[in-house]
Design a protein around this ligand. Structure first.
Ligand SMILES: [Zn+2]
Length: 372
């Protein structure tokens, strides 16, 4: 195991943060897998999972079983991790700029498509190298003014040439669910089956400029633009893996998730050893555009009538919002049929609060599918 330290730009006199990456195997030999946790810094299950996976990988390395390269960053956001405000951890948005830590990643397609047009040919592997070189160049020339800019660029630099990049997050209260890109479904299927995902949400670009989609989207967008005479592989499978809810941090689930990730890396040929059989799927993937976010139409105490994982019919009441002063009870109903895969983890709603998400089978939303 090799440890690299990446100093971030200092935002203020007398302070300096750094990012640590852990490297297993050899760069340039076989496939590269990149895993990071807690980019939203208050989403901690993945941090414990990577702690355990790090030890499994170190043992595999001693046995000579790392066939490719694995890079892990268990603490992907030291800026957000230090944002404790009035005893509450505040890790989704940068307090300095208000920016979501998982937004504003570059549009590689827009940045490189014109420049590589004359360099592509009939060889898919050669085209992959051309595109990777151009992407590395984009990252190297990202404007970096702030500490947050330097965090984003460091993470991209570590992940930009990966064949698989998994970004480990969690929701408030949730089933294990996965966001991934529809064109990669074939590659993503073993991944979500090993992980036991109970909801899989597919999109062709969510419009959010998130870390994962920046890395994967460019490949199918270029393939569509240049067509079959210039074959371009889907060379970076990515996913945002939502490891249940914010308090689902414990050794039992983390050890199981780490073992499942290990099995997936064996399946990809990055780790040696007998490959465990791919488990049965726990769900059918559904479109991200079919996922309904239920919002509180008024303020009040939240009383859920449906549990996580329940199958909801359209028109069923998922929660009640109660005003105990007027005794007014407001029902919040799903308008789509599907599984309730996430709920809020607080029980007081201000108007507009996200109360939960239902994974419907039929796409009905357009535009930015992930919001802020
Ligand atoms: Zn997140």
């Amino acid at each position: 195991m090799r440890i690299e330290r990446h100093p971030l730009l200092s935002p203020s006199l007398g302070t300096q943060r750094e990012l640590l990456s852990f490297h297993f195997g050899e760069a340039g030999r076989g496939q590269k897998v990149y895993l990071q946790a807690s980019l939203h810094a208050d989403e901690l299950p993945g941090m414990l999972v990577l702690h355990h996976l790090k030890h499994l990988l170190a043992q595999a390395e001693v046995r000579g079983e790392v066939l490719g390269e694995v890079v892990i960053v268990p603490v992907a956001n030291p800026i957000g991790l230090a944002q404790t405000v009035m005893h509450d951890q505040f890790g989704r948005f940068d307090l300095n700029s208000g920016e979501n830590f998982n937004r504003r990643y570059p549009d590689f397609f827009a940045a490189i498509a014109d420049g590589i047009a004359t360099k592509l040919g009939a060889d898919a592997e050669a085209n992959k190298r051309v595109i990777r070189t151009a992407m590395v160049d984009v990252v190297a020339h990202q404007p970096v003014l702030t500490e947050l800019d330097s965090l984003r660029r460091t993470l991209l630099r570590l992940a930009v040439d990966a064949d698989v990049a998994l970004d480990l997050h969690c929701d408030n209260e949730a089933l294990l669910h996965i966001y991934t890109e529809a064109p990669y479904l074939e590659q993503a299927t073993p991944m979500y089956r090993y992980l036991g995902a109970e909801t899989v949400l597919l999109a062709r670009g969510s419009g959010a400029a998130s870390f994962d989609e920046a890395l994967s989207g460019v490949w199918w967008q270029l393939a569509e633009r240049f067509g079959p005479q210039y074959p371009i592989p889907l060379a970076c499978l990515t996913a945002t893996v939502e490891l249940r809810g914010k308090t689902d941090v414990g050794h039992e689930s983390a050890l199981r998730d780490a073992a499942n990730l290990y099995a997936f890396l064996q399946h990809r040929g990055v780790l040696a050893g007998a490959v465990p059989a791919i488990p049965e799927a726990c769900c059918e993937p559904t479109p991200l555009a079919g996922s309904e976010t239920l919002r509180a139409p008024c303020a009040g105490v939240i009383a859920y009538l449906k549990r996580l994982g329940e199958h909801i019919q359209a028109g069923e009441v998922v929660a009640e919002i109660i005003d105990p002063m007027t005794d007014k009870v407001t029902e919040v109903k799903a308008t789509v049929e599907g599984r309730l895969f996430a709920r809020a983890n607080r029980r007081y709603a201000t108007r507009g609060l996200d109360l939960g998400k239902v994974a419907g089978k039929v796409a009905f939303r357009t535009g930015n599918l992930l919001g802020a």
